[in-house]
Ligand binder design. Structure first.
Ligand SMILES: Cc1cc2nc3c(=O)[nH]c(=O)nc-3n(C[C@H](O)[C@H](O)[C@H](O)COP(=O)(O)OP(=O)(O)OC[C@H]3O[C@@H](n4cnc5c(N)ncnc54)[C@H](O)[C@@H]3O)c2cc1C
Length: 109
C-alpha cells in the first residue's frame, strides 16, 4: 500500500488512510487461514488545494473519478468539499497534523 503500490489513483496519505484498514483486515484473515477477500478499497484519494489564505477545497475521488466525500467531513459541517471553505483550510492547517501524529500514526484512524 502507499505510494509504492502504484495503484491507479493519486498517491496520497489520504489514500493510505483508507488502504491500511483493508490491508490489516486481509493480513488478519490470512493469519486465521481464511481468504484475504476484503476488496473494499475503492481507490479513494484526496488532494487538498489551498486556493487562498483561509480557503481550501478538497478533491476527493475514487478509481472511477467519482466524487466520494469522506463521511467524517460532515462532523465539520462540510458537505461539499469540492467547494472552497474556510473550515477545510482549518482542517489542513490544524486538524490534519493532529490527526496524523495522534491518530493515523497510532492506527486509530
Ligand atoms: C510535496 C508533497 C505534498 C503532499 N501533500 C499531501 C497532502 O496534503 N495530503 C496527502 O494526503 N498526501 C500528500 N502527499 C502525499 C504523501 O506524502 C504520500 O502519499 C505519502 O507520504 C506516501 O507514504 P508512503 O509510506 O507510501 O511512502 P513514503 O512516505 O515515501 O515512505 C517511504 C519510506 O521508505 C524509505 N525508503 C526508501 N527506500 C528505502 C530502502 N531501500 N530501505 C529503507 N527505506 C527506504 C524512504 O526514505 C521513506 O521514508 C504529498 C506529497 C508531497 C511530495
Amino acid at each position: 500500500m502507499g505510494d509504492v503500490a502504484a495503484l491507479p489513483t493519486a498517491k496520497t496519505g489520504a489514500a493510505i488512510r483508507k488502504q491500511a484498514p483493508v490491508v490489516v483486515d486481509n493480513i488478519l484473515k490470512l493469519l486465521a487461514h481464511k481468504p484475504a477477500d476484503n476488496k473494499s478499497y475503492d481507490g479513494y484519494s484526496s488532494c487538498p488545494l489551498v486556493t487562498g489564505y483561509g480557503k481550501m477545497t478538497l478533491a476527493e475521488f475514487n478509481y472511477k473519478i467519482e466524487f466520494t466525500p469522506d463521511p467524517m467531513l460532515k462532523f465539520m459541517l462540510v458537505f461539499n468539499s469540492y467547494k472552497e471553505h474556510w473550515r477545510l483550510w482549518l482542517l489542513k492547517k490544524y486538524m490534519l497534523p493532529y490527526m496524523y501524529w495522534n491518530k493515523m500514526m497510532k492506527g486509530k484512524m
